[in-house]
Design a binder for this molecule. Structure first.
Ligand code: ATP
Ligand code: MG
Ligand code: MG
Ligand code: MG
Length: 463
Protein backbone atom coordinates (compact mmCIF):
# COMPACT_ATOMS: atom_id res chain seq x y z
CA UNK A 1 0.00 0.00 0.00
CA UNK A 2 1.15 3.57 -0.63
CA UNK A 3 2.91 5.57 2.08
CA UNK A 4 3.05 9.34 2.22
CA UNK A 5 6.33 10.96 1.29
CA UNK A 6 6.23 12.75 4.62
CA UNK A 7 6.20 9.41 6.44
CA UNK A 8 9.07 8.06 4.33
CA UNK A 9 11.23 11.13 4.88
CA UNK A 10 10.45 10.98 8.61
CA UNK A 11 11.92 7.48 8.74
CA UNK A 12 8.70 5.51 9.06
CA UNK A 13 10.10 2.71 6.86
CA UNK A 14 13.54 1.17 7.20
CA UNK A 15 15.88 1.18 4.20
CA UNK A 16 15.44 -2.19 2.49
CA UNK A 17 11.62 -2.04 2.65
CA UNK A 18 9.60 -2.29 -0.50
CA UNK A 19 7.45 0.87 -0.83
CA UNK A 20 4.95 2.47 -3.18
CA UNK A 21 4.46 6.23 -3.50
CA UNK A 22 1.83 8.04 -5.52
CA UNK A 23 2.43 11.60 -6.59
CA UNK A 24 3.53 14.09 -9.20
CA UNK A 25 6.86 14.74 -10.88
CA UNK A 26 8.55 17.92 -9.74
CA UNK A 27 11.63 17.46 -11.90
CA UNK A 28 13.58 14.89 -13.95
CA UNK A 29 17.31 14.71 -14.43
CA UNK A 30 18.92 12.11 -16.72
CA UNK A 31 22.31 10.73 -15.80
CA UNK A 32 24.96 9.82 -18.32
CA UNK A 33 24.98 6.36 -16.76
CA UNK A 34 21.68 5.54 -18.45
CA UNK A 35 19.30 6.17 -15.55
CA UNK A 36 17.24 9.13 -14.33
CA UNK A 37 16.52 10.96 -11.09
CA UNK A 38 12.91 11.92 -10.51
CA UNK A 39 11.76 14.24 -7.75
CA UNK A 40 8.26 13.13 -6.73
CA UNK A 41 5.99 15.06 -4.39
CA UNK A 42 2.55 14.25 -3.01
CA UNK A 43 1.64 17.34 -0.96
CA UNK A 44 2.28 15.70 2.39
CA UNK A 45 5.66 17.37 2.87
CA UNK A 46 7.65 20.34 1.70
CA UNK A 47 10.29 18.04 0.24
CA UNK A 48 10.01 15.71 -2.73
CA UNK A 49 11.46 12.22 -2.55
CA UNK A 50 14.19 11.26 -4.96
CA UNK A 51 13.39 8.29 -7.17
CA UNK A 52 16.13 6.59 -9.11
CA UNK A 53 14.68 5.20 -12.35
CA UNK A 54 17.09 2.61 -13.80
CA UNK A 55 17.43 2.18 -17.56
CA UNK A 56 16.24 -1.43 -17.18
CA UNK A 57 12.67 -0.32 -16.49
CA UNK A 58 10.49 -1.68 -19.31
CA UNK A 59 9.05 1.77 -20.03
CA UNK A 60 12.33 3.69 -19.52
CA UNK A 61 12.82 4.82 -23.11
CA UNK A 62 9.19 5.08 -24.05
CA UNK A 63 7.89 6.89 -20.97
CA UNK A 64 10.36 7.73 -18.20
CA UNK A 65 12.55 9.84 -20.51
CA UNK A 66 9.45 11.83 -21.46
CA UNK A 67 8.30 12.67 -17.94
CA UNK A 68 7.97 16.38 -17.21
CA UNK A 69 6.97 18.44 -14.19
CA UNK A 70 3.35 17.80 -13.29
CA UNK A 71 2.95 14.22 -14.61
CA UNK A 72 1.30 11.85 -12.14
CA UNK A 73 3.01 8.56 -11.31
CA UNK A 74 2.84 5.50 -9.09
CA UNK A 75 6.30 4.34 -8.13
CA UNK A 76 7.18 1.06 -6.43
CA UNK A 77 10.64 0.00 -5.45
CA UNK A 78 13.12 -0.39 -2.62
CA UNK A 79 13.75 2.29 -0.08
CA UNK A 80 17.51 2.80 0.13
CA UNK A 81 19.82 5.10 2.05
CA UNK A 82 20.53 8.17 -0.06
CA UNK A 83 23.91 9.53 -1.02
CA UNK A 84 22.32 12.81 -2.05
CA UNK A 85 22.65 15.77 0.27
CA UNK A 86 19.65 16.92 2.31
CA UNK A 87 17.79 13.62 2.31
CA UNK A 88 18.23 10.38 4.16
CA UNK A 89 16.41 7.99 1.82
CA UNK A 90 15.49 7.58 -1.83
CA UNK A 91 13.61 4.98 -3.85
CA UNK A 92 15.28 2.60 -6.23
CA UNK A 93 12.36 2.12 -8.62
CA UNK A 94 11.32 -1.32 -9.89
CA UNK A 95 8.13 -0.18 -11.53
CA UNK A 96 6.82 3.24 -12.52
CA UNK A 97 3.31 3.64 -13.83
CA UNK A 98 2.57 6.93 -15.55
CA UNK A 99 -1.04 7.85 -14.72
CA UNK A 100 -1.39 11.24 -16.39
CA UNK A 101 0.74 13.22 -18.83
CA UNK A 102 1.07 16.97 -19.07
CA UNK A 103 -0.54 17.98 -22.35
CA UNK A 104 2.02 20.40 -23.65
CA UNK A 105 4.95 20.75 -21.24
CA UNK A 106 6.11 23.98 -22.89
CA UNK A 107 2.88 25.74 -22.04
CA UNK A 108 2.27 24.09 -18.65
CA UNK A 109 1.28 27.14 -16.57
CA UNK A 110 3.21 25.93 -13.53
CA UNK A 111 6.60 25.42 -15.10
CA UNK A 112 9.53 24.99 -12.78
CA UNK A 113 10.61 28.63 -12.47
CA UNK A 114 9.46 30.84 -9.61
CA UNK A 115 6.26 32.69 -10.35
CA UNK A 116 4.93 35.89 -8.83
CA UNK A 117 2.04 35.47 -6.41
CA UNK A 118 0.03 37.78 -8.65
CA UNK A 119 0.44 35.46 -11.59
CA UNK A 120 -0.38 32.42 -9.47
CA UNK A 121 -3.70 34.01 -8.45
CA UNK A 122 -4.72 33.81 -12.11
CA UNK A 123 -4.22 30.03 -11.97
CA UNK A 124 -5.64 29.41 -8.52
CA UNK A 125 -6.59 25.86 -9.51
CA UNK A 126 -2.96 25.02 -10.28
CA UNK A 127 -1.13 26.96 -7.61
CA UNK A 128 -1.37 24.21 -4.95
CA UNK A 129 1.28 22.49 -7.09
CA UNK A 130 3.87 25.08 -6.12
CA UNK A 131 6.09 24.86 -3.04
CA UNK A 132 4.64 28.04 -1.60
CA UNK A 133 0.98 27.08 -1.82
CA UNK A 134 1.72 23.57 -0.65
CA UNK A 135 3.28 25.14 2.43
CA UNK A 136 0.38 27.57 2.94
CA UNK A 137 -2.07 24.68 2.71
CA UNK A 138 -0.26 22.55 5.25
CA UNK A 139 0.13 25.42 7.74
CA UNK A 140 -3.55 26.27 7.30
CA UNK A 141 -4.44 22.68 8.14
CA UNK A 142 -2.25 22.56 11.23
CA UNK A 143 -3.68 25.88 12.35
CA UNK A 144 -7.30 24.81 11.87
CA UNK A 145 -6.74 21.65 13.85
CA UNK A 146 -4.97 23.61 16.57
CA UNK A 147 -8.01 25.91 16.81
CA UNK A 148 -10.30 22.97 17.46
CA UNK A 149 -7.86 21.27 19.81
CA UNK A 150 -7.37 24.42 21.90
CA UNK A 151 -11.06 24.81 22.57
CA UNK A 152 -11.83 21.11 22.91
CA UNK A 153 -9.16 20.66 25.54
CA UNK A 154 -10.58 23.60 27.49
CA UNK A 155 -14.19 22.43 27.50
CA UNK A 156 -15.64 24.75 24.83
CA UNK A 157 -18.56 23.55 22.70
CA UNK A 158 -18.31 24.07 18.94
CA UNK A 159 -21.35 25.87 17.56
CA UNK A 160 -22.14 25.96 13.86
CA UNK A 161 -23.73 29.34 13.38
CA UNK A 162 -25.98 29.73 10.35
CA UNK A 163 -24.61 31.14 7.13
CA UNK A 164 -28.02 32.41 6.06
CA UNK A 165 -29.31 35.02 8.46
CA UNK A 166 -31.55 38.04 8.76
CA UNK A 167 -29.43 40.17 11.06
CA UNK A 168 -26.60 42.55 10.23
CA UNK A 169 -24.89 42.31 13.59
CA UNK A 170 -21.98 44.56 12.67
CA UNK A 171 -24.31 47.22 11.38
CA UNK A 172 -21.77 48.03 8.70
CA UNK A 173 -24.10 47.32 5.77
CA UNK A 174 -21.63 45.00 4.10
CA UNK A 175 -23.95 42.05 3.55
CA UNK A 176 -24.62 39.86 0.55
CA UNK A 177 -28.27 39.21 -0.14
CA UNK A 178 -29.56 35.65 -0.42
CA UNK A 179 -32.09 35.18 -3.17
CA UNK A 180 -34.23 32.26 -4.27
CA UNK A 181 -33.71 33.49 -7.82
CA UNK A 182 -37.16 32.45 -8.97
CA UNK A 183 -36.96 34.81 -11.90
CA UNK A 184 -40.51 34.21 -13.07
CA UNK A 185 -42.01 34.94 -9.70
CA UNK A 186 -39.88 37.69 -8.23
CA UNK A 187 -41.91 39.60 -5.71
CA UNK A 188 -42.80 43.07 -6.94
CA UNK A 189 -43.28 46.34 -5.13
CA UNK A 190 -46.33 48.45 -5.87
CA UNK A 191 -44.36 50.43 -8.42
CA UNK A 192 -43.36 47.22 -10.22
CA UNK A 193 -39.74 47.00 -9.01
CA UNK A 194 -38.31 43.88 -7.44
CA UNK A 195 -39.20 43.62 -3.77
CA UNK A 196 -35.94 42.44 -2.24
CA UNK A 197 -37.45 42.26 1.20
CA UNK A 198 -39.27 39.13 0.04
CA UNK A 199 -36.33 37.48 -1.60
CA UNK A 200 -35.89 34.51 0.70
CA UNK A 201 -39.18 32.62 0.29
CA UNK A 202 -41.09 35.74 1.20
CA UNK A 203 -38.58 37.04 3.72
CA UNK A 204 -35.34 38.95 3.59
CA UNK A 205 -32.06 37.10 4.17
CA UNK A 206 -28.32 37.64 3.90
CA UNK A 207 -25.06 35.78 4.19
CA UNK A 208 -23.72 36.10 7.70
CA UNK A 209 -20.99 38.62 8.56
CA UNK A 210 -20.34 37.01 11.95
CA UNK A 211 -21.69 34.14 14.03
CA UNK A 212 -21.45 36.13 17.22
CA UNK A 213 -25.09 36.73 18.10
CA UNK A 214 -25.86 33.05 17.69
CA UNK A 215 -22.76 32.13 19.67
CA UNK A 216 -23.99 34.38 22.49
CA UNK A 217 -27.21 32.39 22.69
CA UNK A 218 -25.29 29.16 23.17
CA UNK A 219 -22.75 30.75 25.48
CA UNK A 220 -25.56 31.76 27.84
CA UNK A 221 -26.36 28.09 28.37
CA UNK A 222 -23.15 26.21 27.63
CA UNK A 223 -20.76 28.70 29.32
CA UNK A 224 -17.93 28.40 26.77
CA UNK A 225 -18.53 28.07 23.05
CA UNK A 226 -16.90 28.96 19.75
CA UNK A 227 -17.79 29.13 16.09
CA UNK A 228 -15.30 28.48 13.31
CA UNK A 229 -16.54 28.81 9.78
CA UNK A 230 -16.92 31.02 6.74
CA UNK A 231 -18.26 34.56 6.95
CA UNK A 232 -19.07 36.97 4.16
CA UNK A 233 -18.61 40.68 3.75
CA UNK A 234 -19.45 42.79 0.76
CA UNK A 235 -16.17 44.69 1.10
CA UNK A 236 -15.98 46.66 -2.08
CA UNK A 237 -12.41 47.60 -1.37
CA UNK A 238 -9.29 46.07 -2.80
CA UNK A 239 -6.97 45.83 0.14
CA UNK A 240 -4.48 43.10 0.88
CA UNK A 241 -6.30 42.37 4.17
CA UNK A 242 -9.93 41.94 3.12
CA UNK A 243 -11.76 39.09 1.39
CA UNK A 244 -15.43 38.85 0.51
CA UNK A 245 -15.44 35.33 1.97
CA UNK A 246 -13.18 34.52 4.89
CA UNK A 247 -13.08 32.25 7.91
CA UNK A 248 -13.52 33.48 11.41
CA UNK A 249 -12.93 31.90 14.82
CA UNK A 250 -15.34 33.33 17.39
CA UNK A 251 -15.16 32.17 21.01
CA UNK A 252 -17.72 33.43 23.50
CA UNK A 253 -17.37 33.01 27.29
CA UNK A 254 -19.92 33.59 30.07
CA UNK A 255 -19.22 35.03 33.53
CA UNK A 256 -16.42 36.96 31.89
CA UNK A 257 -15.37 40.56 31.33
CA UNK A 258 -13.05 42.34 28.90
CA UNK A 259 -9.95 41.36 30.86
CA UNK A 260 -10.90 37.70 30.65
CA UNK A 261 -11.53 38.17 26.94
CA UNK A 262 -8.12 39.77 26.34
CA UNK A 263 -6.42 37.04 28.38
CA UNK A 264 -8.17 34.38 26.29
CA UNK A 265 -7.17 36.08 23.02
CA UNK A 266 -3.55 36.28 24.08
CA UNK A 267 -3.35 32.73 25.37
CA UNK A 268 -5.10 31.40 22.25
CA UNK A 269 -2.82 33.25 19.83
CA UNK A 270 0.32 32.17 21.62
CA UNK A 271 -0.93 28.58 21.65
CA UNK A 272 -1.56 28.66 17.89
CA UNK A 273 1.89 30.07 17.21
CA UNK A 274 3.59 27.42 19.29
CA UNK A 275 1.59 24.64 17.62
CA UNK A 276 2.70 25.86 14.21
CA UNK A 277 6.30 26.18 15.40
CA UNK A 278 6.13 22.60 16.62
CA UNK A 279 4.33 20.97 13.69
CA UNK A 280 5.35 23.00 10.63
CA UNK A 281 9.10 23.14 10.96
CA UNK A 282 9.94 22.55 7.30
CA UNK A 283 7.25 24.83 5.96
CA UNK A 284 8.22 27.65 8.33
CA UNK A 285 11.83 27.22 7.30
CA UNK A 286 10.66 27.59 3.71
CA UNK A 287 8.73 30.80 4.45
CA UNK A 288 11.66 32.10 6.42
CA UNK A 289 13.99 31.54 3.49
CA UNK A 290 11.84 32.55 0.52
CA UNK A 291 9.00 34.76 1.73
CA UNK A 292 9.87 36.73 4.86
CA UNK A 293 13.24 36.38 6.56
CA UNK A 294 11.86 37.50 9.89
CA UNK A 295 9.11 34.93 10.28
CA UNK A 296 10.75 32.35 12.51
CA UNK A 297 12.31 34.78 14.95
CA UNK A 298 9.05 36.68 15.21
CA UNK A 299 6.96 33.62 15.92
CA UNK A 300 9.39 32.37 18.52
CA UNK A 301 9.44 35.75 20.24
CA UNK A 302 5.67 36.28 20.21
CA UNK A 303 4.87 32.73 21.34
CA UNK A 304 6.87 33.39 24.48
CA UNK A 305 6.08 36.97 25.54
CA UNK A 306 2.98 38.65 26.91
CA UNK A 307 1.15 41.21 24.81
CA UNK A 308 1.17 44.91 25.62
CA UNK A 309 -2.18 46.54 26.42
CA UNK A 310 -3.21 50.12 25.93
CA UNK A 311 -6.36 52.21 26.12
CA UNK A 312 -7.74 53.62 22.87
CA UNK A 313 -7.44 57.14 24.31
CA UNK A 314 -3.77 56.59 25.05
CA UNK A 315 -3.21 55.12 21.58
CA UNK A 316 -4.67 58.23 19.99
CA UNK A 317 -2.39 60.46 22.06
CA UNK A 318 0.63 58.44 20.95
CA UNK A 319 -0.43 58.71 17.30
CA UNK A 320 -1.01 62.46 17.61
CA UNK A 321 2.39 62.96 19.22
CA UNK A 322 4.18 60.67 16.76
CA UNK A 323 4.80 63.46 14.28
CA UNK A 324 4.00 60.98 11.50
CA UNK A 325 2.11 62.14 8.43
CA UNK A 326 -0.72 59.64 8.18
CA UNK A 327 -2.92 59.39 5.12
CA UNK A 328 -5.96 59.63 7.40
CA UNK A 329 -5.42 62.03 10.29
CA UNK A 330 -6.40 60.63 13.69
CA UNK A 331 -8.20 62.22 16.58
CA UNK A 332 -10.24 60.86 19.45
CA UNK A 333 -13.48 59.44 18.09
CA UNK A 334 -12.32 58.08 14.73
CA UNK A 335 -11.74 54.43 13.90
CA UNK A 336 -8.08 53.61 13.44
CA UNK A 337 -6.89 52.65 9.97
CA UNK A 338 -4.32 49.96 9.42
CA UNK A 339 -1.56 52.59 9.04
CA UNK A 340 -2.28 53.71 12.62
CA UNK A 341 -2.57 50.18 13.93
CA UNK A 342 0.69 49.22 12.28
CA UNK A 343 2.49 52.28 13.60
CA UNK A 344 1.41 51.40 17.14
CA UNK A 345 2.52 47.79 17.08
CA UNK A 346 5.45 48.06 14.71
CA UNK A 347 7.10 51.30 15.74
CA UNK A 348 5.78 52.00 19.23
CA UNK A 349 5.51 48.57 20.82
CA UNK A 350 7.49 46.25 18.54
CA UNK A 351 5.07 43.36 18.88
CA UNK A 352 1.39 42.52 19.25
CA UNK A 353 -0.72 45.04 21.10
CA UNK A 354 -4.21 44.91 22.59
CA UNK A 355 -6.07 48.22 22.40
CA UNK A 356 -9.13 48.53 24.65
CA UNK A 357 -12.11 50.81 25.35
CA UNK A 358 -13.03 52.37 22.01
CA UNK A 359 -15.50 55.25 21.54
CA UNK A 360 -19.03 53.87 21.53
CA UNK A 361 -20.00 55.63 18.32
CA UNK A 362 -17.57 53.67 16.16
CA UNK A 363 -18.47 50.30 17.62
CA UNK A 364 -21.39 47.88 17.28
CA UNK A 365 -24.50 48.11 19.46
CA UNK A 366 -23.81 44.92 21.40
CA UNK A 367 -20.60 46.12 23.04
CA UNK A 368 -20.87 46.87 26.76
CA UNK A 369 -21.13 50.53 27.75
CA UNK A 370 -18.41 51.69 30.14
CA UNK A 371 -19.21 53.88 33.16
CA UNK A 372 -17.92 56.97 31.32
CA UNK A 373 -20.84 56.53 28.86
CA UNK A 374 -18.42 57.50 26.06
CA UNK A 375 -16.54 54.29 25.49
CA UNK A 376 -17.41 50.62 25.25
CA UNK A 377 -15.56 47.56 26.53
CA UNK A 378 -14.10 46.69 23.14
CA UNK A 379 -10.68 45.39 22.22
CA UNK A 380 -8.65 44.94 19.06
CA UNK A 381 -5.55 42.79 18.91
CA UNK A 382 -3.06 44.39 16.53
CA UNK A 383 -0.13 42.59 14.96
CA UNK A 384 2.96 43.95 13.17
CA UNK A 385 2.70 43.77 9.40
CA UNK A 386 -1.08 43.35 9.47
CA UNK A 387 -2.82 45.61 11.96
CA UNK A 388 -6.10 44.33 13.37
CA UNK A 389 -6.16 40.56 13.61
CA UNK A 390 -8.82 40.16 16.33
CA UNK A 391 -11.80 42.30 17.24
CA UNK A 392 -13.69 41.57 20.44
CA UNK A 393 -15.67 42.96 23.33
CA UNK A 394 -17.55 42.39 26.51
CA UNK A 395 -21.21 42.25 25.47
CA UNK A 396 -23.95 44.46 26.84
CA UNK A 397 -25.80 42.16 29.25
CA UNK A 398 -28.22 44.83 30.61
CA UNK A 399 -31.45 44.88 28.64
CA UNK A 400 -32.20 48.57 29.25
CA UNK A 401 -28.76 49.71 28.12
CA UNK A 402 -28.84 47.37 25.13
CA UNK A 403 -32.18 48.75 24.03
CA UNK A 404 -30.96 52.30 24.42
CA UNK A 405 -27.96 51.48 22.22
CA UNK A 406 -30.14 49.78 19.62
CA UNK A 407 -32.43 52.80 19.49
CA UNK A 408 -29.43 55.10 19.11
CA UNK A 409 -28.28 53.12 16.10
CA UNK A 410 -31.77 52.88 14.64
CA UNK A 411 -32.06 49.11 15.13
CA UNK A 412 -35.27 47.31 15.95
CA UNK A 413 -36.28 43.67 16.08
CA UNK A 414 -33.85 41.04 17.31
CA UNK A 415 -36.37 40.00 19.95
CA UNK A 416 -34.66 36.65 20.34
CA UNK A 417 -31.40 38.43 21.12
CA UNK A 418 -33.11 40.60 23.73
CA UNK A 419 -34.55 37.45 25.31
CA UNK A 420 -31.03 36.43 26.26
CA UNK A 421 -31.03 39.47 28.59
CA UNK A 422 -34.48 38.64 29.95
CA UNK A 423 -33.74 35.11 31.09
CA UNK A 424 -30.68 34.67 33.26
CA UNK A 425 -28.46 37.34 31.78
CA UNK A 426 -24.84 37.52 32.88
CA UNK A 427 -21.64 39.29 31.91
CA UNK A 428 -20.11 37.65 28.85
CA UNK A 429 -17.48 38.42 26.25
CA UNK A 430 -15.95 37.12 23.07
CA UNK A 431 -13.94 37.96 19.99
CA UNK A 432 -13.53 37.26 16.29
CA UNK A 433 -10.20 36.18 14.85
CA UNK A 434 -9.73 36.46 11.10
CA UNK A 435 -8.28 33.09 10.16
CA UNK A 436 -6.60 34.23 6.93
CA UNK A 437 -5.15 37.32 8.57
CA UNK A 438 -3.58 35.09 11.17
CA UNK A 439 -2.26 32.79 8.47
CA UNK A 440 -0.65 35.77 6.74
CA UNK A 441 0.92 36.85 9.97
CA UNK A 442 2.29 33.38 10.63
CA UNK A 443 3.63 32.68 7.14
CA UNK A 444 4.77 36.18 6.27
CA UNK A 445 2.67 36.10 3.10
CA UNK A 446 1.64 39.68 2.28
CA UNK A 447 -1.68 39.35 0.60
CA UNK A 448 -4.77 37.77 2.11
CA UNK A 449 -5.66 36.39 -1.34
CA UNK A 450 -2.78 33.99 -0.87
CA UNK A 451 -3.99 32.65 2.47
CA UNK A 452 -7.18 30.95 1.25
CA UNK A 453 -7.40 28.34 -1.54
CA UNK A 454 -9.88 30.19 -3.76
CA UNK A 455 -10.01 33.88 -2.82
CA UNK A 456 -13.23 35.84 -3.28
CA UNK A 457 -12.77 39.56 -3.84
CA UNK A 458 -14.75 42.07 -5.90
CA UNK A 459 -15.37 40.56 -9.36
CA UNK A 460 -13.38 37.41 -8.56
CA UNK A 461 -15.46 34.30 -8.02
CA UNK A 462 -14.10 32.05 -10.76
CA UNK A 463 -12.72 28.59 -10.13
P1 ATP B 1 -11.13 45.71 9.57
O1 ATP B 1 -11.07 46.89 10.49
O2 ATP B 1 -9.79 45.16 9.24
O3 ATP B 1 -11.99 45.92 8.37
P2 ATP B 1 -13.27 44.72 11.14
O4 ATP B 1 -13.08 45.55 12.37
O5 ATP B 1 -14.26 45.15 10.13
O6 ATP B 1 -11.84 44.52 10.40
P3 ATP B 1 -14.39 42.60 12.74
O7 ATP B 1 -15.81 42.78 12.48
O8 ATP B 1 -13.84 43.07 14.04
O9 ATP B 1 -13.52 43.18 11.53
O10 ATP B 1 -14.05 41.05 12.48
C1 ATP B 1 -13.17 40.27 13.28
C2 ATP B 1 -11.91 39.88 12.53
O11 ATP B 1 -12.21 39.30 11.27
C3 ATP B 1 -11.01 41.05 12.18
O12 ATP B 1 -10.22 41.40 13.28
C4 ATP B 1 -10.20 40.51 11.04
O13 ATP B 1 -9.14 39.68 11.50
C5 ATP B 1 -11.19 39.62 10.32
N1 ATP B 1 -11.78 40.26 9.16
C6 ATP B 1 -12.71 41.24 9.14
N2 ATP B 1 -13.08 41.56 7.89
C7 ATP B 1 -12.37 40.74 7.08
C8 ATP B 1 -12.32 40.56 5.68
N3 ATP B 1 -13.09 41.26 4.85
N4 ATP B 1 -11.48 39.61 5.18
C9 ATP B 1 -10.72 38.87 6.00
N5 ATP B 1 -10.72 39.00 7.34
C10 ATP B 1 -11.54 39.91 7.89
MG1 MG C 1 -14.05 46.00 8.27
MG1 MG D 1 -11.65 47.23 12.50
MG1 MG E 1 -12.96 44.86 14.36
Amino acid sequence: SAVSIKALLAGQCEPGCEVTVKGWIRSRRDSKGGFSFLAVHDGSAQAAIQVVAPGELENYEAEILKLTAGCSVIVSGDLVASQGKGQSVEIQAKHIEVCGWVDDPDTYPIAKKRHSFEYLRTVAHLRPRTNTFGAVTRVRTVLANAVHRYFYERGFQWINSPLITASDCEGAGEMFRVSTLDLMNLPRTESGGIDFSEDFFGREAFLTVSGQLNAEAYCLAMSKVYTFGPTFRAENSNTSRHLAEFWMVEPEIAFANLDDDAALAEDFLRYLLSEVLEHCEDDLAFFNEFVDQGVLARLQKVAGTSFERMDYSEAIKILEKSGKKFEFPVRWGVDMQSEHERYLCEEHVGGPLIVTNYPKDIKAFYMRMNDDEKTVAAMDVLAPGIGEIIGGSQREERLDVLERRMAEQGLDGLEWYRDLRRYGTVAHAGFGLGFERLLNYITGMDNIRDAIPFPRTPKHADY
